[in-house]
Design a protein around this ligand. Structure first.
Ligand SMILES: Nc1ncnc2c1ncn2[C@@H]1O[C@H](COP(=O)(O)OP(=O)(O)OP(=O)(O)O)[C@@H](O)[C@H]1O
Ligand SMILES: [Mg+2]
Length: 368
């Protein structure tokens, strides 16, 4: 029987140094993910801190850590791994002054209308929240704000006064803090807006809304790549954007225009999502590729952009949008919900990869 003194923090770290994060290409000890190691006899406990609660590699990393510990320290007893996360933040001066508590901002965009941008924005936001992230959703679509309907939000946001400043309180639905341009502007009024008016309103949504602490704030943008969209993406301090497209050529050509628009203003594209990718017959299970298939992945490859996933056509996806219950809530165990959860995790991973490649914000230490 081995002596409990054999198990030391150093041996544990040594073993865990063999576990490599496949996205960040570094070992989990160097990445600072192993915290609060405690040893009691042969039993070991520690906290495994991921870069996002929506980490697609969560189970893989936990299993890899356990395997490495059992392999390197055969006499180890129980292993208690507490999985946690600390989301990295996108450092940007404009963001700090407008929304200091918000760590990351993501625009959901499309080159053309009706491709499912709002459906994607809603389900991604709720999926991130289901994984335990703090999430907000801002409907910036002045042409047709559809988020209140899709999130089942009725009523108006409250106004509170804080140190003499009035602030709007977002309405929480399905675990997500929601604000829509539709709350403040009468229907149709926004149609005549020009870029600066839209961006002024959105800026107010950033500074005058009590967002609190958020890991991710998702923006549903108006469709297209015109002046209004360009002004908006310059106004919002964005961590990145995701492009929604359908598989056909015409929609893809528009998606490429969208990619170019974000490149022009130096906003990174986190990935492409292909919606209405295929249809599985609910009666016979036959898979039909109504709008052809795979164009989104091909466009992503051509532009060196990550492909985040494909969403099938599904009647209840539309129904869920109409009755205010996103599919990830209505049918959480369905293949359709799993598709959204995976896409949300892929997107969160892309954000972590970006933060990592840019180096985390340096900690300033002053030695006296
Ligand atoms: N995968 C899908 N399966 C079935 N219906 C879908 C799917 N994706 C979107 N829809 C439906 O298609 C319609 C358009 O989707 P949505 O409103 O999300 O698109 P959009 O790109 O935001 O449109 P707009 O440009 O008008 O803002 C909605 O009725 C929605 O419920
Ligand atoms: Mg929409």
């Amino acid at each position: 029987m081995s002596n409990s003194e054999n198990i030391t923090e150093e041996r544990i770290l040594q073993a865990l140094r063999t576990v490599i994060d496949p996205d960040l290409h570094k070992d989990v000890v160097s990445l600072g993910m192993i915290k609060n190691i405690s040893i009691s006899g042969n039993d070991v406990a520690f906290r495994f801190e991921l870069t996002t609660p929506a980490c697609p590699l969560k189970d893989h990393l936990r299993n890899a850590a356990e395997t490495a510990l059992r392999r390197e320290i055969p006499e180890i007893g129980s292993i208690d791994i507490q999985m946690g996360s600390r989301v990295g933040t996108h450092v940007n001066d404009a963001k700090e002054s407008l929304i200091p508590g918000v760590k990351n901002t993501i625009a959901v965009a499309s080159g053309k209308g009706g491709v499912g941008k709002s459906t994607v924005a809603v389900n991604l936001a709720v999926a991130l929240a289901l994984d335990g992230a703090k999430v907000g959703l801002l409907d910036a679509d002045i042409y047709g704000p559809s988020i209140p309907l899709m999130m089942g939000v009725t009523g108006q946001p409250r106004v509170i006064e804080e140190n003499g400043t009035k602030k709007l309180v977002p309405i929480t639905s399905h675990g997500v803090k929601v604000i829509s341009i539709g709350f403040l502007v009468p229907p149709d009024a926004a149609m005549i807006w020009r870029g600066p008016m839209a961006s002024g309103a959105v800026k107010q949504f950033l500074s005058d809304v009590e967002w609190g602490e958020l890991d991710y704030l998702v923006f549903d943008l108006p469709p297209g790549t015109g002046d209004i969209q360009l002004t908006l993406v310059q106004t919002i301090p964005l961590t990145g954007a995701v492009m929604v497209t359908t598989p056909q050529d015409i929609s893809l050509a528009d998606a490429v225009k969208g990619i170019k628009m974000f490149e022009k203003v130096d906003v990174p594209i986190l990935g492409i999502i292909e919606n209405m990718s295929y249809y599985v017959c609910s009666k016979c299970g036959h898979r039909d590729e109504i709008f052809s298939h795979g164009g989104g992945r091909k466009a992503a490859e051509q532009h060196g952009i990550p492909f985040l996933g494909e969403i099938p056509l599904y009647t209840k996806l539309r129904q869920g949008g109409d009755d205010g219950t996103p599919i990830v809530i209505a049918e959480p165990d369905s293949e359709y919900a799993k598709v959204f959860l995976q896409i949300a995790r892929n997107m969160a991973a892309q954000i972590s990869i970006r933060h990592h490649s840019q180096g985390s914000s340096p900690e300033i230490k002053i030695s006296l």
